[in-house]
Design a protein around this ligand. Structure first.
Ligand code: SF4
Ligand code: F3S
Length: 103
C-alpha cells in the first residue's frame, strides 16, 4: 500500500504536468508517488481504472509508463485541486495505491 507519510519519508524531486513527483524516480522501473492532496503510488498502481471510473469530479487521467513492471499506464491525479474528499478512489483501488489527505 501507499505510504501515507510519503511527504515526510520521501523527497519531492519535481513536478510533472503540475503534479508533484515524490522520489525515488528511475524510469522506467521506478515512477515514484504523484500528487500531494490526492497521491498515487505509480509503483503500486496496476492500471485497474476504478479510480478513473468512480471519481465524481474526474481528478484522474491516464499517463503512459512504458516499461513499468506493474502496468504501462497509471492514474495521474492531474486535477487533484478538484477533489471533494469523498474517499471513493481510496476505497475502490484494489491495491491501495491512493492516499487522500482531507484537511
Ligand atoms: Fe475523486 Fe473522491 Fe478520490 Fe477525491 S477522494 S480524488 S473526489 S474519488
Ligand atoms: Fe491504479 Fe488503483 Fe486507480 S490500480 S488505476 S490507482 S484504482
Amino acid at each position: 500500500a501507499i505510504d501515507p507519510n510519503f511527504e515526510t519519508n520521501r523527497e519531492r524531486v519535481g513536478d510533472e504536468d503540475g503534479v508533484a513527483v515524490w522520489g525515488p524516480v528511475e524510469p522506467p522501473e521506478k515512477q515514484g508517488i504523484r500528487g500531494t492532496h490526492v497521491a498515487v503510488d505509480f509503483d503500486i498502481c496496476l492500471a485497474d481504472g476504478a479510480c478513473l471510473e468512480d471519481c465524481p469530479v474526474d481528478v484522474f487521467e491516464w499517463v503512459d509508463t512504458p516499461g513499468h513492471p506493474e502496468s504501462e499506464r497509471k492514474a495521474n491525479p492531474a486535477d487533484e485541486d478538484q477533489c471533494i474528499d469523498c474517499m471513493l478512489c481510496v476505497d475502490v483501488c484494489p491495491v491501495d495505491a491512493i492516499d487522500v489527505d482531507p484537511g
